[in-house]
Design a protein around this ligand. Structure first.
Ligand code: DOR
Ligand code: ZN
Length: 349
């Protein structure tokens, strides 16, 4: 039985750090365990221009504790009026690493997102030309479509036609939650990849709804049936280079989650590597953890693995994480996998 494992320092290829007090509270949890993170731009107002991203990058770096080796990889929020020259300059400067597409209304702070894909074709053509990845929140927002079908319908009606129209565009299907998403990504070429969150490997929709509503398990895309969770586990533990970790850790205060209209988002930065190691152990795939968490994402973005290492040590006594963290006068509730965690994280040089 394996009780110790050393991997290259992981990367979180989909992360929400927010701003202000929240940014200061959560950034150290990510920078402790991750060498790089793709930073989501859905602030209020959204990060739509290179100068916004540069200023945000500085605020993030100011929140990284001394001694943490952490590279926040900045993204721009795609709108129907994105300034192509500004984007190209941000990429040339080495600051902008990807562009995020939110269908308008799909999730938290997505009101400025895209309503009409034809309006963004010129930007996407330029991105294909300069090899800049498009990160896609893959859900349709039409009211007639059931929330549990929104990812599948997006793939069929938006993503696939888009990829056929622009085969050179590099696309990351962010936080896939369905077997349909995993199958579509696995059938793609080298221009397609998919991130998978930690929590979608652990919870299905029963966790949210059975025995009382559990707002801390609510996120978007919402967790689906068990067969989908199993398909995601299979993809994540396959070693296939198209699948990599993006935690989608998305902190909201406890009071805005435990609310008549609770926010979508799960805060998992603090314990993600312990949770993930437990999942990979359950799947008898500890040998694939490094590919998923540390190697595949870096390779997709054309980066070498981080030089540092992480040791994961299995201990008898459960590893304890705080159930909540303090942010100003509020708290943020940490993701609870529903079972004790036994893998301790040790960060090495
Ligand atoms: O659950 C989610 N929370 N899904 C998203 O797509 C956005 C995120 C957030 O920003 O809170
Ligand atoms: Zn997200």
């Amino acid at each position: 039985m394996v009780s110790e494992l050393t991997i290259q320092r992981p990367n979180d290829m989909h992360l929400h750090l927010r701003d202000g007090d929240m940014l200061k509270a959560v950034t150290p949890h990510t920078s402790a365990d991750f060498g790089r993170a793709i930073i989501m731009p859905n602030l209020v107002p959204p990060v739509t221009r290179t100068d916004h991203a540069r200023a945000y990058h500085q605020r993030i770096m100011a929140a990284v504790p001394k001694g943490h080796a952490f590279d926040p990889m900045m993204t721009l929020y795609l709108t129907e009026t994105t300034d192509i020259d500004d984007l190209v300059n941000g990429v040339k400067e080495g600051l902008i690493k990807a562009v995020k597409l939110y269908p308008a209304g799909a999730t938290t702070n997505s009101d400025s997102g895209v309503r009409d894909v034809t309006k963004i074709m010129p930007v996407l053509e330029k991105m294909a030309e300069i090899n800049l990845p498009l990160l896609v929140h893959g859900e349709v927002t039409t009211h007639e479509i059931d929330i549990f079908d929104r990812e599948k319908v997006f793939i069929e009606t938006v993503l696939d036609p888009l990829r056929q129209a622009l085969p050179d565009l590099r696309v990351v299907m962010e936080h896939i939650t369905t077997k349909d998403g995993a199958d579509y990504a696995a059938a793609g070429n080298e221009n397609l990849a998919a991130t998978i969150t930690t929590h979608h490997l652990i919870i299905n929709r029963n966790h949210i709804l059975v025995g009382g509503i559990k707002p801390h398990y609510y996120c978007l895309p919402v967790a689906k049936r068990e067969e989908h969770r199993l398909a995601l586990r299979k993809a994540a533990t396959s070693g296939d280079p198209r699948f990599f970790l993006g935690t989608d850790s998305a902190p909201h205060t406890t009071s805005t989650k435990e609310n008549a209209c609770g926010c979508a988002g799960i805060y998992s930065s603090l314990n993600t590597m312990s949770c993930l190691t437990e999942v990979f152990e359950q799947e008898k795939a500890l040998d694939k953890l490094e590919a998923f968490a540390s190697l595949n994402g870096a390779a997709f973005y054309g980066l070498a693995p981080n030089p540092q290492k992480m040791r994961l040590v299995k201990q008898q006594e459960p590893v304890s994480y705080p159930a909540t963290i303090e942010v100003g006068n509020e708290t943020v509730t940490t993701f609870d996998p529903g079972y004790p965690l036994h893998w301790r994280v040790e960060n090495l040089d």
